[in-house]
Design a binder for this molecule. Structure first.
Ligand SMILES: Cc1cc2nc3c(=O)[nH]c(=O)nc-3n(C[C@H](O)[C@H](O)[C@H](O)COP(=O)(O)O)c2cc1C
Length: 197
């Protein structure tokens, strides 16, 4: 009764959605990814900085270059997924602020002239966008397999040689396959995670 979202959508996005480890062969199209992006681009970020960049890994060659830097089971899982994306932070996101925050274009220089400040803010806000992106994948009727078990420094050298993009998450995307899900692990109860001050 407290939620505005209908029960089927609650299940699709949260209760029945799980991290997928296997996928069917059904392709994930560019149109599906665009539909997901066009939903999740509305996620809030500080000063609307929108630092997340998404790199689709489609070709066999690109996929092999990516899994060179995977740890353990993440390699075979990624080779078998219909689509894999690399999420990264644009460390020069401030160059877009006059476009994205047009009512205060000076913020580009007043707040974000230092690279260290941009990296901290960009990482925080891109990570927030990544959570929305996972929800968007679920909203498209697909499953996500997010992974940090990669050598991201090596991925950056491999795919983003100019040092302006810093990867932080790889996500396999597709329709869940056979035995796709591990048993659901417990979550913290409301009282364990939420306090009132
Ligand atoms: C940021 C992040 C990093 C993760 N890294 C890995 C990983 O490297 N390999 C892996 O198999 N699963 C990885 N996972 C999957 C988590 O273990 C999984 O989402 C969590 O246990 C919840 O599972 P559930 O969605 O089935 O409830 C990662 C998930 C997130 C959100």
């Amino acid at each position: 009764m407290s939620l505005a979202l209908d029960a089927a959508a609650q299940d699709l996005l949260f209760r029945e959605a799980q991290t997928a480890n296997t996928f069917t062969d059904e392709p994930v199209t560019d149109e599906q990814v665009q539909a997901i992006y066009d939903l999740v681009k509305f996620a809030p970020t500080a000063f609307n900085q929108s630092p997340l960049r998404i790199t689709m890994v489609r070709s066999e060659y690109a996929r092999k270059r990516l899994v060179e830097h995977a740890m353990g089971a993440n390699g075979p899982k990624t080779l078998a997924a219909p689509l894999t994306v690399i999420l990264s932070v644009d460390l020069d996101f401030h160059e877009r602020l006059p476009q994205l925050f047009p009512h205060a274009p000076g913020i580009k220089d007043t707040f974000f002239s230092e690279a260290a400040v941009r990296e901290a803010a960009g990482t925080q806000n891109a990570t927030l966008q990544a959570g929305y992106f996972i929800l968007g994948i679920r909203a498209a009727g697909l499953a996500a397999g997010p992974m940090t078990g990669f050598d991201f420094t090596a991925i950056d050298k491999e795919f983003f040689g100019d040092g302006k993009q810093k990867s932080f998450l790889v996500i396999n995307i597709g329709k869940p396959g056979t035995d796709a899900f591990f048993p659901r692990s417990p979550r913290l109860a409301f009282d364990e995670a939420v306090a009132t001050v």
